[in-house]
Design a protein around this ligand. Structure first.
Ligand SMILES: [Zn+2]
Length: 411
């Protein structure tokens, strides 16, 4: 007979094998899935094949969606929506570059288990979280729990790039049927209810080329770029006024990250270039919509142009506008996760916010579903050398996912 409620949760929790979770995490870390543009063999393909085979062996339904050449999403599921809910446990299968391996104490793809930690690129961001989600789903299946709805596990590509995998999932039938998602990113197992949004504003400043000795003959795009940089604090202040106060995210920020003049070719000391390029990394908190943010960036560009007659200052978003996301504590998803944390850890849940944006941002914006970000690993460790995950956080996360999924899919 299928168990329900606390009995079903306890049965699933006792089906979690920590040694299996550790081994799975290490296997995933050992498969480098760094994307190296131009190298067709350096993609998520190999790790995706591993995940596909693993779910197949566990008896899950599995779909592989080729998002781009050699870049497949793997989507596995248990149960049926049948008008009920569909919960996604989401992880990304790509990792960022290891950088210079000589700077690492532990080999970046060695997945060394040292003391209480597993080391390696992706250990925290986020093969650990992905492995925890996989083991949680397998434990639910092994325990024979009856689901009133569908549990989906997604290993998506390109989170560290343009989030193509998340965008693609939203176009598939299984994606469109989702009613909520837990994003398994490293957040020290805090329940993150908010994520900052981002706009990368690529600004092109055009002037007129001239001899450096006769500046009056040209229009200097570098001066106009300087005028725009001078507008940045005012832009930041306006965005802060337009945004809600966020307990977890701090205020919006506007940070110049790329500055280039001339925009093309090689600079010369005695030549005023014809163009310059600037990127502003604009981080958003809940409040303004995309059009409002764009209008504020437009305004800063117009003010810079007014101070530099003859120059044009235009911008475009590099990868669209990702707004900040927020879910209410009263959401059934949040309740399900909070109750799981209490059940598994015996302590009250800690709530938080994600300083960056994640695949969850895309799911929230495109599908309108509630998302919670929670996963194992120190929030500051991603992209650093000697990245690692604490085994205790990993095993705790798997238990939280299993309990949260059963809470959410049994009501
Ligand atoms: Zn990540």
């Amino acid at each position: 007979m299928a168990r329900s409620g606390a009995a079903a949760i306890n049965a699933a929790l006792s089906s979690i094998d920590d040694a299996e979770l550790i081994a799975l995490t290490r296997d995933l870390v050992r498969i480098p899935s760094v994307i190296r543009p131009g190298d067709a063999t350096a993609t998520e393909a190999e790790v995706a094949r591993y995940i596909e085979r693993w779910f197949g062996k566990q008896g899950f339904g599995v779909e592989v969606h080729e998002v781009a050449p050699g870049r497949p999403n793997v989507v596995a599921w248990l149960g049926d929506t049948d008008g009920g809910r569909s919960l996604l446990l989401e992880g990304h299968s790509d990792v960022v570059t290891e950088g210079d391996p000589r700077e690492w104490t532990h080999s970046p793809f060695g997945a060394e288990l040292v003391g209480t930690r597993i080391y390696g690129r992706g250990a925290a961001d986020m093969k650990g979280g992905l492995a925890a989600a996989m083991i949680a789903a397998a434990a639910i299946k092994r325990s024979g729990a009856a689901l009133r709805g569908r549990l989906v596990i997604g290993a998506l590509v390109d989170e560290e790039g343009d989030m193509l995998g998340a965008h693609h999932l939203c176009t598939t039938p299984i994606g469109r049927e989702l009613s909520a998602a837990i994003i398994c990113e490293p957040e020290q197992n805090e329940i993150c209810l908010e994520q900052r949004g981002v706009v990368w504003a690529r600004v092109t400043v055009r002037g007129r080329m001239a001899h450096g000795a006769m500046p009056e003959a040209g229009v200097n795009p570098i001066s106009a770029t300087g005028a725009l940089l001078a507008e940045v604090p005012a832009l930041e202040r306006r965005l802060r006024r337009l945004s809600d106060t966020s307990k977890y995210l701090g205020p919006p920020t506007v940070t110049p990250t790329v500055l280039q003049a001339p925009a093309h070719g090689i600079g010369q000391s005695n030549v005023i270039p014809s163009s310059a390029r600037l990127t502003l990394d604009v981080r958003l908190t809940p409040g303004p919509d995309g059009a409002t943010v764009a209008a504020e960036i437009d305004r800063a560009c117009r003010r810079a142009m007014r101070r530099c007659p003859g120059a044009t200052v235009e911008w475009e978003p590099v990868n669209g506008v990702r707004l900040a996301t927020r879910v209410a504590r009263s959401e059934p998803l949040v309740q399900a996760v909070a109750s799981a944390v209490r059940h598994v850890t015996g302590r009250p849940p800690r709530f938080g916010g994600v300083p960056g944006s994640t695949d969850g941002t895309i799911l929230r914006m495109t599908l309108g579903i509630p998302i919670v970000t929670l996963g194992p690993g120190n929030r500051l460790i991603p992209h650093q050398v000697d990245e690692h995950v604490e085994v205790s956080e990993l095993t705790e996360a798997a238990r939280i996912y299993a309990a949260a999924a059963l809470n959410f899919l049994q009501r």
